[in-house]
Structures are given as C-alpha cells and as structure tokens.
Design a protein around this ligand. Structure first.
Ligand code: NAD
Length: 257
C-alpha cells in the first residue's frame, strides 16, 4: 500500500518543516525526490541525508516566485526522465490586518504563496500531460476557509491556493491529472517558531501554548502527520480523489465551538 516506487516527485520548500517531512516520507516510499528550494544549502543537506538513508533525492536552488528560473529547473529535471508528482508546499507567513499590511508585504505574499504555485503548475502540467497524467498536491491552510485574526494577506493567499486547486482539478480531468490540497491547522515547524520569534519576541513560549490550545485536540500537528496524508493523496490508492481540500487540523475547523 502507498508505494511511490518508480515515481518522480517535485517538492517545493522540501528542506524544512512540512516539506522536509514530505521529502523524507516520499523517499522512504520509493520515490525519487527533487527538492526545489530557495535555501540551497539546507536542500543539499536534506538530499544528502535522504541519499545516506538509502533514498534518492536531489536539491535544486530556485526561488519559485521567478518563472524563468522555475521553467529552467523543471526543464533540467524532465531531461533526466518524466515527472509524476508535484507538491506545491513552499510558502511564507505573514501577520497583519488589511490596515497594517504594507504594500511590500502584500506583494511578497502574492509572489511566493500565489505566483510561486502558479509558476510550478505552469511549468510542470505540460510534462504531466505529455506523460499521460500525474498528481498535484498543494499546501493550503485552514486560513483558506476560516476567519483567523491577523492573517489578512496569508489567508488571501491560501484562499487562492484552494481555488487554483479546484481550477486545475477541473481543467485536467481529461488528462488524468488529479489535483488536491491539504489544509493544516498549526503544525510545529520552523515556520511557526519563526513567526513567534518575529511577532512576539520574549513571549514565544506563552504564544506557542496559546496556538497549540487552539486545536481542540490540544496540540499542534507533527510534520510527519502531514507527510503521511500527502503520501496517501499522491499514491495510486487515492486514484478516485480529485478537487478536494483535506483539513488536517486536530478538530480546528469543525470542533472549535
Ligand atoms: N506550519 C504551519 O502551522 C502551517 C499551517 C498551515 C499551512 N502551512 C503551509 O505549509 C507550507 C510549509 O510550511 P512549513 O511550516 O513547513 O514552513 P517552513 O518555513 O518550515 O518551510 C518552508 C520552506 O519553503 C522554502 N521557501 C520559502 N520561500 C521559497 C521560495 N520563494 N522558493 C522556494 N522555496 C521557498 C523555505 O526555504 C523553507 O524551507 C507553507 O505553504 C505554509 O503556508 C503551514
């Protein structure tokens, strides 16, 4: 069950947090993993660790917000063999309301969280089509569908990830391409630690406990738990699933009342 033997997967942001767990899980399941990362040195370390562990992984330095660079990297990967799976995981956080969000921050969120996903879809879909199909998995968030305080730009970007998922799922049904997204609540990754350090300096522990308690299950998710769902959704066993948004949220969406 849930093997990815013989499959090639691209994982954006695959060197940290959720993306790292997905890279490791997919490699363990037999996939060849290509990590597309802005953090080149960390991606290289992760690829080497996966290889040392008996898997197959390669690091590619790329900023997903730059279309020409994404096209170049995808072209190089395809020259070596077909791509079967794209995981659009890379994303950045932002705290703020419509009033406090600056134009520069708004543009940055759009360019990574929305345009970055579009760039990878735009670059990879022609190859999936040519290869007779494939699977795309996008990382949305509970913020795509629930009103969360102080997440104006971030929520906007994850709403776009959800609607891009539906659009791609619909447009490529006839090309045998499945497209779904995952919507985690809080997952304990450097992403969470980073925004606590930046936005609540000196109050990190207090805010961490507060954020953990917002999941009715009483904790944050582990990255490996998201990796397991990603593996299922990208495996052949999930062949009947497309156009879906999967909450993985410790009850955040339906039980917070
Ligand atoms: N951690 C959470 O609580 C949580 C909850 C819901 C959704 N998410 C989403 O999950 C995804 C991964 O989050 P995480 O917590 O693992 O974050 P993380 O910060 O630990 O990892 C993100 C990775 O993306 C890479 N990256 C950032 N910008 C990039 C760019 N322009 N080009 C290429 N790579 C880039 C970073 O270098 C980093 O390695 C994000 O899309 C995030 O919005 C996270």
């Amino acid at each position: 069950m849930f093997t990815l033997h013989g499959k090639t997967a691209l994982v954006t942001g695959g060197a940290s947090g959720i993306g790292l767990a997905i890279s490791q899980t997919f490699a363990k399941a037999g996939a060849t993993v290509h990590i597309l990362e802005i953090n080149a040195s960390q991606a290289q370390q992760v690829a080497e660790a996966i290889t040392a562990d008996g898997g197959r992984a390669f690091a590619h330095a790329v900023d997903i917000s730059r279309q020409a660079d994404v096209l170049e990297v995808v072209g190089k990967i395809v020259a070596e063999g077909p791509i079967h799976i794209l995981v659009n995981n890379a994303g950045i956080a932002h705290i703020g309301t419509a009033e406090s969000t600056t134009e520069a921050d708004f543009d940055r969120i759009v360019s990574v969280n929305i345009k970055g996903v579009y760039n990878c879809l735009h670059a990879v879909i022609p190859h999936l089509k040519a290869n007779g199909g494939g699977v795309i998995l996008n990382m949305a968030s509970v913020a795509a569908t629930i009103g969360i305080p102080d997440r104006f730009a971030y929520s906007m970007s994850k709403g776009a990830v959800l609607t891009m998922t539906l659009s791609v799922a619909k447009d490529y049904l006839k090309h045998n391409i499945r497209c779904n997204c995952i919507s985690p609540a809080r997952v304990h990754t450097p992403f969470v630690d980073g925004f606590l350090a930046k936005n609540y300096p000196g109050r990190e522990e207090e805010m961490f406990a507060k954020l953990a308690a917002t999941q009715p299950i009483g904790r944050m998710a582990k990255p490996s738990e998201i990796g397991a769902l990603a593996l299922y959704l990208c495996s052949d066993e999930a062949g009947f699933i497309t156009g879906c948004d999967y909450p993985i949220d410790g009850g955040f969406t339906r039980l917070n009342n």
